[in-house]
Design a binder for this molecule. Structure first.
Ligand SMILES: [Zn+2]
Length: 245
């Protein structure tokens, strides 16, 4: 059975831990790994704004990453949590949200603003993932209206289609691996200490042959019953885990 790992980097913005990003870049280049970058187009998150800026134009850097074949995804618009949803979100996780529980019109406005930033920088966006994994049915409608029909989030072990949206699952916060399926690892370089980086380096070294590109992942899209069942089971297990935290 197919096994492939994706590396998803969250919270890529003008303000971030650029030293850690440089170390990660060297590692990716060494093993020819092409991660998916979750770019915040109009970052106003007060916590993230505490990180330093780099001495180059951010959007030139984004274009340079894209040039290397890294995948550029939209990670919210401003990353500001202005709602707390109680499991009314699509994945049933609950928690702080930039999108969930806002009206369709408000969500469309947020997404449009983010997309306009990407468009003005000549970067085409087809993939979205929400800050804190929280989005709802209106987010999906608004995304489709904006021409985005792929979300890098959700349950299961294979990309699937639901409500006219293609999902590439993202199950793990930690570097656990299961022996089959497409697994996305969510990485927050901003929270990395030296020890976390060393662990990540070890993971990349021993799994580099299994790490795939986003295009390779989405090409595995399937809606067969076996994978629907795996999705339902993983949903229950992960919701339970999150409620225990
Ligand atoms: Zn985030």
């Amino acid at each position: 059975m197919f096994t492939g790992f994706l590396i998803r980097l969250d919270d890529i913005a003008e303000n971030m831990d650029w030293d850690m990003m440089e170390k990660a870049t060297d590692l990716f280049d060494k093993f020819n790994i092409k991660p998916i970058l979750g770019i915040i187009p109009n970052n106003k998150d007060p916590e993230l704004l505490n990180y330093p800026k780099k001495n180059i134009e951010f959007w030139d850097q984004v274009r340079a990453w894209k040039q290397k074949g890294w995948e550029i995804a939209m990670h919210g618009n401003n990353h500001v949590y202005d709602k707390i949803c109680s499991k009314t979100d699509y994945l049933g996780l609950g928690g702080s949200s930039e999108f969930c529980d806002h009206t369709y019109e408000e969500q469309y406005k947020k997404l449009k603003e983010g997309l306009e930033k990407f468009n003005s920088e000549n970067i085409k966006i087809k993939i979205f993932f929400a800050p804190n994994h929280t989005f709802d049915k209106n987010t999906i409608l608004a995304l489709k209206k904006c021409g985005i029909n792929q979300i890098l989030d959700g349950y299961g072990l294979m990309p699937y289609e639901e409500n006219g949206m293609q999902f590439v699952p993202q199950l793990f916060y930690k570097l656990y691996t299961v022996p089959f399926g497409v697994q996305t690892f969510q990485i927050h370089l901003n929270y990395f200490k030296q020890k976390d980086f060393e662990e990540f380096e070890k993971f990349i070294k021993s799994n580099s042959k299994k790490i795939i590109t986003y295009e390779q992942a989405i090409s595995k899209l399937t809606n067969n019953l076996q994978h629907k069942i795996i999705r339902m089971v993983s949903k229950k297990a992960l919701q339970l885990k999150r409620s225990i935290w």
